[in-house]
Design a protein around this ligand. Sequence first.
Ligand SMILES: Nc1ncnc2c1ncn2[C@@H]1O[C@H](COP(=O)(O)OP(=O)(O)O)[C@@H](O)[C@H]1O
Ligand SMILES: [Mg+2]
Length: 394
Amino acid sequence: MNQSLQRNTQIQGGQASQMLNKKYIIIQPLAQGSYGCVYQAYDNVEKKFVCIKKIKRLTIHELGGYGIATLNMREYSILNSLNHDNIIKLKDQFYVPNRQQEQKQVEQKEESVTFFMVFDYIDLNLDIYIKDFEKKKCYIPLIQIKSILYQIVLGIYEMHVNGFIHRDIKPANILISKQGQVKIADLGLARQVTSKRQTFTPGWITLWYRPLEMLSNQTNYTKAVDIWSVGCVFGEMVRLMPLFRGQNEPEQAYKIIQSLGYPTEFKDFDCFREKYNPEQSFNYERNFPYLPEDGIDLLQGMLNINPSQRLTAKQCKEHRFFDQIKELSLDQINQMARNQLEQCQKNYLENQKKIEENRLRMQEQEQQRLKLLQQLQQYRQKCESLEASPEYDL
Ligand SMILES: Nc1ncnc2c1ncn2[C@@H]1O[C@H](COP(=O)(O)OP(=O)(O)O)[C@@H](O)[C@H]1O
Ligand SMILES: [Mg+2]
């Protein structure tokens, strides 16, 4: 292990590094989720970085020979039944009994353990990747968007044909290596679907990537929810910003409706009818000026408000937008992406200029409007005072 790595193995606050299962050295926390914590670690046997996901305390009974399907363990059992290049693979798992002393602090009297899942360490997630391009003031080369999106679609297709819905597709849950290899991660909210009509808890999926059918509290949603989220990720890669950024559920629903049109299939949203302005709806060509026609067609198909008309994973996979990259290696794609970079930088600056000009024009129009309104009020006041004067009747 090199020196810088050894320095890094001091966990925050200067504590001594922590060794797990006699071979993993914890390096640093990567994220704190609702079901546990994710760490970067070093595998001292294989001599490489790994990612360790710690699942909060489970009782021995819950662990039940790893086979049970509580929410905590669902990720483990679903990961174990999938094997695909674009879905993160479980490398190892182990559990550590909680110490006697800690044990006393928990109300449960039963012996409990902490469960760990180990994955290969992947350099980036798509959220960081998108933000990096934004910082560089450069759009992501189209060939790279195609490649990333195609791999996401292949991973989702694999989940769907095996009867699973991911239910939390968003950039932070999509891992991407420096070579551009994509792995779908965080199957913590994934669920199995059967052909029987099932009901699910409404409101999974991070708000900005949640489709209207989930915002309408429907409980019989389908695999189509994942395709909506993939569409949001696609649009975000193109624009370098999330498509629909609501602060809460009603605002999220309103933003979608205002952009994509009034849904006839959901009754829940009649409250927005007065506010809805069809003139402000999404114009794909204007909002995605550098996306060719086949890309816009795919995006529109993914972002269909009506889940039964939305493209399926299979239809996405077979879409003509991907024809160009199917036969290319990641190396070839990276080379082509490098060649597109300069143009992407130009496009970014050109578009930012257009957006700024548009903002200034709107500001000017607004000022003009306010000025006219003020003049109108002054005229009205004049008229009123004239009407009130004694000479008026004459
Ligand atoms: N295999 C991995 N390699 C590197 N980083 C990872 C890996 N898995 C997860 N991460 C990072 O940790 C974050 C949280 O992991 P995730 O599985 O999404 O758990 P959570 O349930 O906390 O969201 C991810 O957004 C990603 O940045
Ligand atoms: Mg996550």
